[in-house]
Design a protein around this ligand. Structure first.
Ligand SMILES: C[S@@+](CC[C@H](N)C(=O)[O-])C[C@H]1O[C@@H](n2cnc3c(N)ncnc32)[C@H](O)[C@@H]1O
Length: 287
């Protein structure tokens, strides 16, 4: 089990939900500049559901279920049966309470399980979708496990924060600011450590890593979509919310965490368009 991600999510989930991100703990897809964060996050869930080609009655696995809002929405609107899993007991308890509140317990269930070693039966699910959780996991282990539990002919759809473009660009952008190579490497290390702390063991991987891991697992018809531009406004919305509720956040998570969170947002905004980005992908298990 990825203990540090679970600990992180147990600690931050309620504060992120109330004061920063809202009911869905992922980026928004901004089709209109003036869309609210809630509209945009829901839009991303709907977009991923479209990519998943959900149909009535299908058995769906939600990998990294957060507080259960996407899983409950999909079970309700698409009339599927959903199992949501997460390593965070706090998130799973919130998700179970939400399913209860919305009268959806016959269609949706949430369990504490690690996505890279689920313990679920082979060939079980018609669809697997994962909203912004894969950056917390080893990609080779994740795709192998998703392949195992997906039925032959089943479809995986996933979106995630990642690295895009030329990997040399990050270092050269520090060099452009006048830093010598040896310092540029240290700057990169510090930036990634800041991101890692703010976002719970997050390791941003290049889109290439996702593609190679999916191929190695046996997936076919792998398609990647670049959502970097349409998701970018999310960072300023999170920063605005965090600034407005800084006192509450500091009380809940401590001033050091909040300071680091703002720095991570700054780094992501600065890197965006150079290296930081957002990926959606679909893949199928051969029938
Ligand atoms: C950024 S949140 C996204 C939550 C949800 N998908 C949403 O969009 O609202 C990442 C989620 O992945 C979960 N997670 C992290 N590592 C995991 C693992 N190894 N297995 C399953 N879930 C994991 C976290 O607990 C959290 O629920």
């Amino acid at each position: 089990m990825t203990a540090s991600a679970a600990t992180h999510y147990d600690r931050v989930t309620e504060a992120w939900r109330r004061w920063v991100m809202g009911e869905e703990l992922h980026f928004g897809l901004f089709r209109y500049a003036d869309a609210s964060l809630a509209e945009a996050t829901q839009e991303l869930t709907v977009h991923l559901a479209e990519l998943a080609q959900l149909q009535v009655g299908l058995q769906v696995l939600d990998v990294g279920c957060g507080v259960g809002t996407p899983g409950c929405d999909l079970a309700e609107h698409e009339d599927c049966r959903v199992l949501g899993i997460s390593t965070s007991p706090v998130g799973v308890a919130a998700a179970q309470a939400q399913a209860q509140r919305r009268g959806l317990t016959a269609k949706v269930e949430f369990q504490v399980r690690d996505a890279v070693a689920t313990g679920l039966t082979d060939d079980t699910f018609d669809r697997i979708y994962s909203l912004e959780s894969a950056h917390l996991m080893d990609k080779v282990g994740l795709f192998a496990e998703m392949y195992r539990v997906l039925r032959p002919g089943g479809r995986l759809s996933l979106c995630d924060v990642c690295l895009v473009g030329n990997e040399g660009v990050e270092l050269s952008s520090y060099a452009l600011l006048g830093f010598p190579n040896v310092a540029a490497l240290e700057l990169r290390r510090a930036v990634h450590a800041t991101m890692h702390r703010a976002f719970g063991s997050a390791v941003l991987s290049h889109t290439r890593v996702y593609q190679e891991a999916a191929l190695a697992a046996g997936f076919q018809e792998i398609t990647l979509y670049d959502l970097s531009e349409v998701t970018r406004p999310t960072l300023s919305r999170w920063a605005e919310n965090a600034a407005r509720h800084r006192g509450d956040l500091e009380e809940a998570l401590g001033p050091d965490y909040v300071e680091g969170f703002f720095l991570a947002l700054l780094h992501m905004s600065y890197g965006w368009g150079r290296l930081g980005g957002y990926l959606a992908m679909t893949a199928t298990k051969p029938a």
